[in-house]
Design a protein around this ligand. Structure first.
Ligand code: AKG
Ligand code: FE2
Length: 213
């Protein structure tokens, strides 16, 4: 009997509960220090090593089978992360993400079955115009997940704010989010239009999507 209780027992996680509450109430959640300073440091290192190895590509719009590179829409360079070939730090990254997914599936029956993540680097002067994270031929993206890997001391003057757009009874509201290191923003991929304002200093992140079916 005790064993049965142990198996079905479920430990509430206050951080995850807040994320769920936020998303239900306001379609997004902003989490400070989702990744620790050390984790950000190591993930940034991973990103920069791969960027130096010249394996990043110009980001496209559309999905993998339907993509076009359109620099007037977005100017970042990206590298998809393969979980099966993850380095030590990426393994730690996926451990945290997978924990969150498991919790969401257990508590909200979200049915997240797939995920995809890429590193992103926005060179000075680039941006990503207002858009939705869905494609005409793919509506599986449920939640967008962005984690900022900039250096400690990133200044608001560096630009690159993420702006989320909300429709409140026909009136448009904006939420401006600075890409401070360690921050994670999670939002409803199919509901919230958003943009990355022009960056004035190289801006680093990991962006991903939690997907259904
Ligand atoms: O980096 C961000 O803040 C958002 C990136 C984004 O919107 C995207 O890659 O679709
Ligand atoms: Fe986006």
């Amino acid at each position: 009997m005790n064993q049965l209780f142990e198996e079905i027992s479920f430990e509430e996680n206050p951080q995850y509960e807040r994320i769920i509450d936020d998303i239900l109430k306001q379609k997004y959640s902003l989490v400070e220090n989702f990744f620790s300073e050390d984790e950000v440091l190591e993930l940034r290192q991973s990103l920069l090593e791969k960027h130096d190895a010249d394996i990043f590509k110009k980001a496209a719009i559309g999905n993998k089978v339907n993509e076009v590179i359109e620099k007037t829409i977005r100017g970042d360079v990206i590298l998809w992360i393969d979980e099966n070939r993850a380095d030590a730090m990426e393994v730690a990254f996926f451990r945290k993400v997978n924990n969150l997914i498991e919790y969401l599936n257990q508590t909200c029956f979200l049915g997240i079955l797939h995920k995809e993540f890429h590193y992103a680097l926005y060179p000075e002067g680039t941006y990503y115009k207002r858009h939705l994270d869905t494609f005409q031929n793919d509506d599986r993206r449920k939640l967008s997940f962005v984690c900022y890997l900039n250096e400690a001391g990133w200044l608001p003057e560096n630009g690159g704010e993420l702006v989320l757009y909300f429709d409140e009874n026909g009136k448009e509201l904006e939420k401006v989010i600075y890409p401070f290191p360690g921050r994670v923003v999670i939002f409803e991929s199919q509901l919230l239009e958003h943009e990355v304002k022009p960056v004035k200093a190289e801006r680093l992140s990991i962006t991903g999507w939690l997907k259904t079916r």
